[in-house]
Design a binder for this molecule. Structure first.
Ligand code: SAM
Ligand code: DTB
Ligand code: SF4
Length: 331
């Protein structure tokens, strides 16, 4: 282990996080890039492709989300996709180079019947030789057991924001509900993909507190998606003042330093980002993206724009670095 390898810590204090955020930008990026290089190939980015398997009419009231039944965003309510459609989308993602296929459903939680259908989808994606990730809302311990038995690799469940700001964003489920689902996942040893959204009008302290919550979990999430709010018309957060892009890069860099062995995903919001801003995010330690022209319901950069960007930056796409990270956590 070199000096650059940061210990995996779970005892971050608000002052320590604030001090990182307040570093001169170049010092912060240098520290983040040094931590990044200690455990990862600095020129490799893992790519995941998303598919919405059940869109719209979600009973939750997340004020950022176009899929909430409370937000009249004109989305067609859809039923759970048939297996053949899922297979075709996964095959296409695989041919485009994605190593992981992530499926999202606009549910508060899955019913047992729906979970069984998702399990069939997981099996067919595993048969295609891809890693699997699903995000279906809250889970009971019994449901996490079933997903583990089905061979699921990752479950995405975000904390979204700080505990303090949370109540202004969602009222239909509590922060503790989210922590409970994360605990159920850890208990079954399912890899956790957990992060949040910035640019929702939160304060600097809220961003620091979100990272504190993530890093002080009993285990760091193996994958940490940092989403920049995609502002959708007719959602309560539409028109929110935009986050300064430099603050966004700082958030990525601080996440990289605090969770040195986790894969940090530059997630939603990339269509609004320049190549230069994304390049800074990679320099700050982001090493994964969602790839493919749609996220769940909103646009993502076109595949050829991403390929051109990776080419320009000399970035290779693969999933190798994540194995390095899990080895480090286990050591
Ligand atoms: N319904 C499930 C749940 O929320 O637990 C899973 C799907 S939900 C769409 C997955 C995540 O997408 C949310 O936790 C949120 O972090 C992110 N998300 C939703 N709308 C977004 C938006 N407009 N901008 C950025 N991220 C968003
Ligand atoms: C995550 O953190 N971001 C993704 C994924 N996990 C499921 C979802 C982003 C959704 C953006 C809004 C939409 O496309 O509906
Ligand atoms: Fe529903 Fe998930 Fe959207 Fe919240 S984020 S409204 S739970 S789909």
């Amino acid at each position: 282990m070199t000096d650059a390898v940061q210990p995996v810590r779970h005892d971050w204090t608000p002052d320590q996080i604030k001090a990182l955020f307040e570093l001169p930008f170049n010092d912060l990026l240098f520290q983040a890039q040094t931590a990044h290089r200690a455990l990862f190939d600095p020129n490799a980015v893992q790519i995941s492709t998303l598919l919405s398997i059940k869109t719209g009419a979600c009973p939750e009231d997340c004020s950022y989300c176009p899929q909430s039944v409370k937000n009249d965003t004109g989305l067609e309510r859809e039923r759970l996709l048939p297996l053949e459609e899922v297979r075709a989308a996964a095959l296409n993602a695989k041919q485009n180079g994605a190593s992981r296929f992530c499926m999202g459903a606009a549910w508060r939680n899955p019913t047992d019947k729906n979970l069984d259908r998702v399990i069939e989808m997981i099996s067919l994606i595993k048969d295609l030789g891809m890693e699997t990730c699903v995000t279906l809302g809250m889970l009971t311990r019994e449901q996490t057991r079933k997903l583990k038995a089905a061979g699921l690799d990752y479950y995405n469940h975000n904390l979204d924001t700080s505990p303090e700001y949370y109540e202004q964003i969602i009222s239909t489920r509590t922060y503790q509900d989210r922590l409970d689902t994360l605990e159920n996942l850890r208990a079954e040893d399912i890899k956790v993909c957990c992060g949040g959204i910035v640019g929702m009008g939160e304060t600097d302290e809220d961003r620091a507190a979100l990272l504190q919550q993530l890093a002080n979990l009993p285990e760091h999430p193996q994958s940490v998606p940092i989403n920049l709010l995609v502002q959708v018309e007719n959602t309560p957060l539409y028109g929110t003042e935009e986050l300064d892009p430099i603050e966004f890069v700082r958030t990525i860099a601080v996440a990289r330093i605090m969770m040195p062995a986790s894969v940090v995903r530059l997630s939603a919001g990339r269509t609004a980002m320049s190549d230069e801003l994304q390049a800074l995010c990679f320099l700050a330690g982001a090493n994964s993206v969602f790839y493919g022209d749609t996220l769940l319901t909103t646009p993502n950069p076109e595949e050829n724009r991403d390929m051109a960007l990776f080419d320009k930056l000399g970035i290779v796409t693969n999933g190798e670095q994540e194995r390095a990270a899990s080895d480090h956590e286990a050591a």
